[in-house]
Write a protein that binds this ligand. Structure first.
Ligand code: SF4
Length: 175
């Protein structure tokens, strides 16, 4: 056997160390955690629905797990929106999940929002509306509807404005 140079000896040492490390890794059992690949879609139902923010009614796929709406996707096969949304519809899920969602009437008193009943809210708002009509006339009020309204709601809204005594009414038509 010939004489081994210092350089060749070091090379052989490096190869040996590398092979040892690879063998050691191969013999190590993967932990249980690494074994299980979590499928984020497991148990998720894809439910066809529509965006209710305006009357265009763009298609949305609501992804629901255990009865809770967890994600949303565009409905590629929707006949109107054909897989698109405006910026509001993209976040339609927030109407349900947002912490900012208004769930009951609130009144600001002394700079603090306080929960009040629907009865109190209706009484106070209607008393103010009557006062405004007495003081400034019915045309001092503008009734803004919503593109979310269906035909029946829009009909009632129109009647409400007429009974108040004004034609100042509009809505948020999108198309
Ligand atoms: S146009 Fe926008 S707000 Fe109107 S239904 Fe479509 S996504 Fe919703």
């Amino acid at each position: 056997m010939g004489k081994l140079s210092r350089r060749s000896f070091l090379k052989m040492g490096a190869i040996g160390a590398g092979a040892g490390a690879t063998l050691a890794f191969a013999n190590t059992k993967a932990s249980k955690k690494e074994d299980k690949v979590i499928d984020p879609n497991e148990g998720v139902k894809r439910v066809k629905t529509i965006c209710s923010i305006c009357s265009a009614g763009c298609g949305i796929i609501a992804e629901v797990k255990d009865g809770v709406w967890i994600r949303q996707d565009v409905a590629q096969d929707h006949p109107i929106s054909a897989g698109s949304h405006c910026c509001k519809g993209v976040d339609q899920i927030d109407l349900v999940k947002s912490k900012m969602r208004l769930k009951y009437p609130l009144k600001k008193e002394g700079g603090v929002w306080k929960r009040i009943s629907y009865e109190q809210a209706i009484d106070e708002i209607s008393a103010k509306m009557l006062k405004m009509r007495e003081k400034y006339g019915p045309d001092s009020m503008m009734f803004m509807g919503s593109a979310k309204m269906n035909s029946q709601q829009a009909y009632y809204w129109r009647k409400f404005a007429a009974f108040y005594g004004t034609n100042n009414i509009d809505h948020v038509a999108r198309i």
